[in-house]
Design a protein around this ligand. Structure first.
Ligand SMILES: Cc1cc2nc3c(=O)[nH]c(=O)nc-3n(C[C@H](O)[C@H](O)[C@H](O)COP(=O)(O)OP(=O)(O)OC[C@H]3O[C@@H](n4cnc5c(N)ncnc54)[C@H](O)[C@@H]3O)c2cc1C
Length: 381
């Protein structure tokens, strides 16, 4: 059986970054074990093929998970460090919508930088990991072979988008070694509707800027009506914080409705919103589409619902459509200074396998890369 100093399970975002960091700083014998025949399929698919790497504003408030774990990782490998790292590799990210750093051409740029920097690590591609057993040495069993290693990094990601190779093997391994886990559930995903909101289905394809309040957070981005429910960036981020119960949507965040009180135009014309939406909304709240200056006090109160619309989604679009998974290995049993298991020396968890999930906007790659750098530094101590 072939032995390695370090085996990294999963050649995705966090696994490749961990390999690249180790490669740059040591001559350890390292292998990456990956089920797909190509690495990093999620990076490739991300950001519509242009990978949203990180965000202009990065701090722990944009993540669901243990604050200390996140803030330490971000302090070790910040947004600036990430940008410099890829800049040194030749990538010149562009800022879109004043917040999001994207690849100018293609996600392949990120993959080729990481692959280039991890050259020298053995790439065991097309190996579906079945189990991890033992401790020093650890034994990795795949559908094709067995390998042993002094240290193992679990970087097998979350369980969404199975067609890209995702599995929940990371959580199974964690449980085998006595770790507490929070089961994976879909996040950064569209929300489905209760019958009361079925009027929104008629608006499939319409989008508008909205604020959503959920679990004490107010999120601001575009909302897209879809056939199955509501989606778009603001909904995807809201889904991270939504469990059950109500969210509050402000469909018209940028105006003071009092400004309309002397307006002679019809409501559906005067509201600065797609007309299809305004008409459907007025019908749903049973408010006549009349000139704004003819609204009585009750009608004005009803109209204010457009900025304070409470609804309880019925669920999510599910794991097949979710960009990430909430849940993972519980933080209590991971040392934030090196991402090592507090139970098992030499066993590490990084990226989406850990119970940390970011909002939409590059936060999940930032976490994958930052946690990988912390882990690589920890392995080298
Ligand atoms: C469509 C889509 C678009 C996204 N866009 C963005 C974006 O623009 N910005 C952003 O920040 N985040 C985005 N994300 C989320 C981001 O891709 C993930 O959070 C990130 O890749 C997690 O990194 P990771 O290393 O933990 O897992 P992954 O990158 O998923 O890597 C895990 C690797 O382990 C392998 N693996 C899993 N199980 C096994 C097994 N049993 N045997 C062998 N190998 C296995 C997988 O094939 C995979 O290569 C997107 C996700 C999706 C699905």
């Amino acid at each position: 059986m072939k032995h390695y100093d370090v085996i990294i399970l999963g050649a995705g975002a966090s696994g490749l970054m961990c390999a690249a960091q180790l490669r740059e700083k040591t001559s350890l014998k390292i292998a990456l074990v990956e089920g797909n025949t190509k690495p990093a399929l999620k990076i490739k698919a991300s950001g519509g093929g242009k990978c949203n790497l990180t965000n202009v504003e990065v701090d722990s408030s944009h993540f669901l998970g243990e604050e200390l774990l996140v803030s330490h990782a971000l302090s070790v490998f910040s947004k600036e460090a990430l940008l410099k790292y890829f800049h040194d590799g030749g990538l010149r990210p562009v800022i879109r919508k004043e917040r999001y750093y994207f690849c100018p051409k293609s996600s392949d740029e990120v993959i080729s930088i990481l692959m280039g920097k991890s050259r020298g690590c053995e790439m065991l591609m097309g190996h579906k990991i079945q189990s991890l057993e033992g401790t020093s040495p650890f034994i990795v069993t795949t559908d094709k072979a067995k390998f042993s290693a002094s240290k193992v990094v679990v970087a097998t990601g979350g369980a969404s988008y199975k067609e890209l190779g995702a599995t929940d093997i990371g959580l199974k391994i964690a449980q085998e070694y006595g770790h507490t886990i929070v089961p994976f559930s879909p996040a950064l995903v569209g929300l489905t509707l209760q019958p009361k909101e079925f009027w929104m289905k008629e608006l499939s394809g319409v989008s508008l800027r909205a604020h959503i309040e959920v679990a004490g957070k107010t999120l601001d981005e575009d909302l897209l009506f879809a056939h199955k429910g509501i989606s778009g960036p603001v909904v995807l981020s809201a889904s991270l914080y939504w469990h059950r119960g109500e969210i509050v949507i402000n469909f018209c965040p940028n105006i003071d409705l009092n400004q309309l009180k002397d307006e002679k135009k019809l409501l559906s014309t005067a509201l600065p919103l797609p007309k299809r939406f305004s008409k459907a909304f007025l019908e749903a709240i049973a408010l006549e589409d009349k000139p704004c200056n003819r609204l009585n006090a009750d009608e004005r109160a009803k109209l204010s619902l457009i900025q304070n619309y409470k609804m309880a989604p019925s669920g999510t679009f599910g794991l097949t459509k979710a960009e990430v998974c909430r849940g993972g290995v519980s933080h209590e049993e991971i040392d934030p200074l090196c991402m090592e298991s507090r139970h098992i020396r030499g066993l590490y968890f990084i990226g989406e396998t850990v119970d940390v999930t970011g909002e939409l906007g590059g936060y999940n790659f930032q976490w994958a890369f930052s946690s990988a750098v912390v882990c690589a530094n920890g392995i080298l101590i």
